[in-house]
Ligand binder design. Structure first.
Ligand code: PMP
Length: 422
């Protein structure tokens, strides 16, 4: 992206114009945690409340019709953005909720719910669920819990020394016993992109379900879920320029049709008697109760905004940012976790500064208006793999400029001297 184009993009994000820490311009390098929002998203939410607010799918008055249309148009925009059909997108409160929905649907199937159609989701002792050592806790703990509820066993792919998934033994990990393979598309720690095709092919060979945590890919790379061939996928609006409180579960239509519901109540039923209930088809079957309508509308607008900019251009811009971020390896004492080659990774860089605790690195940068993140980034096993309790992480998004990364590098270069380590 040229500098004029980037300036136009940045002008759309009001928050980027503010100052912090006594008048310093904000350098926001924490987009992997949550992204900032363009005006169109903020306005879409306000407009919804000012002009269209009503209960969706219920009332027959004009406002209800308009609200329903806005809500369903948003679903269509999100579906088209990720290469899915509109009825393959279930609104959730975020990726965490989407992954939990899947695990509880499998539990319900295991408990006998869902009839013959749900047979394929039933788990038993001896069955295996495969994850990876690089997972965000959101794509690990729900599977641990599912194993505890069903007697299935958790297995995982390890991580190589350069922070990529070790799939050298793919057919030893994914076997006839494997029923589910759940993995992240892009690591929120190392930025590494998973070999999706290879994992999906191995899972298909044994008839296992694939569940993709697409939280860190959908905002940064062109993602076509049909082309990737995964069965289910989860992502959050707030990381892709949309509001908090909304996200999506993608599911191949015939799978969602066979999956028993998890949350039950109003809006997801067909016929209710005092003893029995029949359920609506997906996606409504998984959307009990009043939905987060204004936020969903905002997510649809965010998807359209990114679509109009073009995800190929977004990815190209962020590749340049990744290369700029990785230049911190030129600073003595700075080590990066994960691939140091900017190809096949996104602009999320976790690092350690020898002799300086990550929280101290953060403090020096924060004093200069530079917002990064420190901690285990909800990936304790991956940090343990590298013998670390915490790292610092700088992450970019479509609105990040190279000058911001230069400012970050310069500030980081002074950190060791500040703590007397040079
Ligand atoms: N997976 C990954 C890779 C993430 O980065 C995150 C957010 N940090 C999540 C899952 C969870 O997303 P949310 O908190 O929006 O549910």
């Amino acid at each position: 992206m040229g500098s004029r184009e980037l300036a136009a993009v940045r002008a759309d994000f009001p928050l980027l114009g503010r100052t912090v820490r006594g008048g310093k311009p904000l350098v926001y390098l924490d987009s992997a945690a949550t992204s900032q929002k363009p005006n169109v998203v903020l306005e879409a939410e306000v407009d919804f409340y000012e002009q269209r607010n009503a209960a969706v799918h219920r009332g027959a008055h004009q406002l209800a019709e308009e609200a329903t249309e806005a809500f369903e148009d948003a679903r269509a925009a999100v579906a088209s953005f990720v290469g899915a059909d509109v009825d393959e997108i279930v609104w959730t409160s975020g990726a965490t909720a989407a992954i939990n929905l899947v695990t509880y649907a499998l539990s319900n199937a295991t408990a006998g719910r869902g009839g013959a159609a749900a047979e394929r989701f039933r788990l038993a002792p001896g069955d295996e669920i495969v994850v990876t050592e690089a997972e965000h806790h959101a794509n690990l703990v729900p599977w641990q819990e599912l194993c505890a509820r069903t007697g299935a066993t958790l297995r995982w792919f390890g991580v190589t020394d350069d922070g990529r998934l070790d799939v050298s033994d793919v057919d030893a990990v994914i076997t006839d016993r494997t029923r589910v393979v759940a993995f992240g598309h892009v690591s929120n720690v190392t930025g590494a992109v998973a070999p999706v095709a290879e994992i999906v092919a191995a899972a298909r060979r044994v008839g296992a379900l694939t569940v993709l945590d697409a939280c860190q890919s959908v905002p940064h790379l062109p993602v076509d879920l049909h082309a990737l061939g995964v069965d289910l996928a989860a992502f959050s609006a707030h990381k892709m320029l949309g509001p908090t409180g909304v996200g999506a579960l993608y599911g191949r239509r015939e799978l969602l049709e066979a999956m028993p519901p998890v949350t039950t109540g109003g809006s997801m039923v067909e016929v209710v008697t005092m003893t029995d209930t029949t359920y609506m088809p997906p996606p409504q079957r998984f959307e009990a109760g009043t939905q987060m309508v204004a936020q969903a509308v905002g997510m649809g607008v965010a998807a359209q905004w990114l679509d109009e900019l073009g995800m190929d251009r977004v990815a190209a811009h962020e590749r340049e940012l990744a290369a700029e971020l990785l230049r911190i390896t030129e600073i003595p004492g700075v080590r990066v976790l994960g691939p140091t080659d900017p190809t096949d990774r996104i602009a999320v860089v976790s690092f350690v500064v020898d002799g300086v605790h990550a929280h101290d690195v953060n403090q020096v940068l924060d004093d200069q208006g530079i917002a990064i993140r420190v901690g285990h980034h909800c990936a304790q096993p991956l940090h343990r793999r590298f013998g670390l309790a915490a790292t610092a992480r700088a992450s970019a998004s479509v609105y990040t400029g190279v000058e911001e990364i230069v400012a970050f590098r310069e500030a980081l270069a002074g950190v060791r001297a500040f703590f007397g380590e040079e």
